[in-house]
Design a protein around this ligand. Structure first.
Ligand code: NDP
Ligand code: OXD
Length: 326
C-alpha cells in the first residue's frame, strides 16, 4: 500500500480511559520522541486543523470522532483488542492497525502463568492458612496432572500456551481456523469446542470480543468443562474482554460447583461497580483490566515504525480484518 499524501501528516492522539500510566502528557512526550519532525496533537485539548491529520493513535475514541478527519490514512489502536473502535459505526474506511508486540505479549503471558500457577499451587488456601497461623500443608499435583485450555490461539494465546507447556501443563487451545502447534492439542471451530472443554481443568480466555464471541463464557459452556480434574472443579481465567462473560452465570456456577474458582481481569462494566458481588466472592480473584498494559515506550516506537514503513510503501502489519471483527 502506498501513501497518497504528504509524508509529514500529523498524528492525532485520541486516548481515553487508560491506566495511571496513560497520562496524555506521557503519550505525547513518547510520540514526539518516536516521530521526530511530525506534528503530534492531543485531541480534543489542542487546537488543530482536522485536514492536517493523516494518522490517529486511539484508545476508546468517542463514536463519530474519527469521522472528523477527512484525510486520515491509518488508525492505530493502542491495544490489542479493537472491539471499542469497531463499535463506532462512523469509523473511516482506512486500515485499522492493532497492537501485537512482544512487550504486551510477555506481560499477558506473565499474568496467565501467574494465575494458572496460583490456582494450581492452591495459593488462596495457603494465604488463608497464613492469616490464621495454620501449618496445614495440602496435596500438590504435578503440572502434568492439570489440563489447561486456552480459548484463543492468537498472538497472546500462543505465547501463553508455549510457556505453560514448558512448565509441564497439558495444554490445549481453541481457535477459529485449524492449527498445528508442537506439544499443544489444537481444536477449532464449533465442532472443536465440546471436546476442547471436556478435557479442560483450567479454562483461560484470550478471545477477542466480536458478535460471535459475546457472552461465550456462560453456564452451558462451563457445564462442559472437565469434572474429573485434580483441582476440585473447573477454574476460569478471563483476560480477554468483559463482554465475553456472563457474570450472573459465573456467580451461580461458583455457587453450585459448576466452577470452582475464577480469575477475572475484565468485566461487563468497567470499572467493576462497587455493588458487584464478584468483589467479595471468596473464590474470585479480581484485577482491574491490567493483565497486559500497553506501554507508551514500546507502543510509540511500534506506531512510529509502522508509519515510516507505510510512507515507504511497505505493508502495514497487524491490520484488523473488519469483517471478522479482530
Ligand atoms: P488475536 O487476534 O491474535 O487472536 C485471537 C484468537 O481468537 C485467534 O486464535 C482466533 O482464531 C480466535 N478467535 C476469534 N474469534 C473466534 C471464534 N469465534 N471462535 C474461535 N476462535 C476465535 O488476538 P490477541 O491474541 O492479540 O488478543 C486477544 C484478546 O486479548 C484481544 O482481542 C483483547 O480483547 C484481549 N486483551 C486483553 C488485555 C488485558 O489487559 N486484559 C490486553 C491485551 C489484549 P484464529 O487464530 O483462527 O483467527
Ligand atoms: C488491549 C487491552 O486490548 O489493553 O490491549 O485490553
Amino acid at each position: 500500500m502506498t501513501s497518497s499524501g504528504p509524508s509529514s501528516g500529523a498524528l492525532a492522539l485520541l486516548i481515553r480511559g487508560g491506566t495511571d500510566n496513560w497520562s496524555n502528557e506521557r503519550w505525547k512526550a513518547r510520540f514526539t520522541t518516536a516521530c521526530p519532525g511530525r506534528p503530534i496533537v492531543q485531541v480534543p485539548e489542542e487546537g488543530f486543523d482536522a485536514a492536517s491529520i493523516s494518522y490517529a493513535a486511539v484508545w476508546k475514541p468517542r463514536p463519530g470522532e474519527l469521522a472528523g478527519f477527512p484525510n486520515l490514512k491509518v488508525i492505530f489502536n493502542l491495544g490489542a483488542g479493537v472491539d471499542a473502535v469497531l463499535a463506532d459505526t462512523q469509523m473511516p474506511n482506512v486500515p485499522l492497525v492493532r497492537v501485537a508486540v512482544d512487550d504486551l505479549t510477555q506481560r499477558m503471558t506473565e499474568y496467565i502463568v501467574m494465575h494458572v500457577l496460583m490456582h494450581h499451587r492452591q495459593q488462596s488456601y495457603l494465604a488463608g492458612c497464613q492469616q490464621h497461623k495454620q501449618w496445614k500443608p495440602t496435596q500438590q499435583w504435578a503440572a502434568g496432572a492439570v489440563r489447561v485450555g486456552l480459548l484463543g490461539l492468537g498472538v497472546l494465546g500462543r505465547d501463553a500456551a508455549d510457556v505453560l507447556t514448558r512448565l509441564g501443563f497439558r495444554v490445549a487451545g481453541w481457535s477459529n481456523s485449524p492449527k498445528t502447534m508442537p506439544g499443544i492439542e489444537c481444536y477449532a471451530g464449533a465442532a472443536g469446542l465440546r471436546p476442547f472443554l471436556a478435557r479442560t481443568d483450567i479454562l483461560v480466555c484470550l478471545l477477542p470480543l466480536t458478535p460471535d464471541t459475546r457472552h461465550i463464557l456462560n453456564r452451558p459452556l462451563f457445564a462442559q468443562l472437565a469434572k474429573d480434574g485434580p483441582l476440585g472443579g473447573p477454574i476460569l481465567i478471563n483476560a480477554g474482554r468483559g463482554g465475553l462473560q456472563n457474570e450472573a452465570d459465573i456467580l451461580s456456577c461458583l455457587e453450585d460447583g459448576t466452577l470452582n474458582a475464577a480469575t477475572l481481569d475484565v468485566f461487563e462494566t468497567e470499572p467493576l461497580p462497587v455493588t458487584s458481588p464478584l468483589w467479595t466472592h471468596p473464590r474470585v480473584t479480581i484485577s482491574p483490566h491490567n493483565a497486559a498494559d500497553t506501554d507508551a515506550d514500546a507502543i510509540s516506537i511500534y506506531v512510529a515504525r509502522q508509519i515510516a514503513d507505510f510512507e515507504r510503501g511497505l505493508p502495514l502489519a497487524n491490520v484488523v480484518d473488519r469483517s471478522r471483527g479482530y
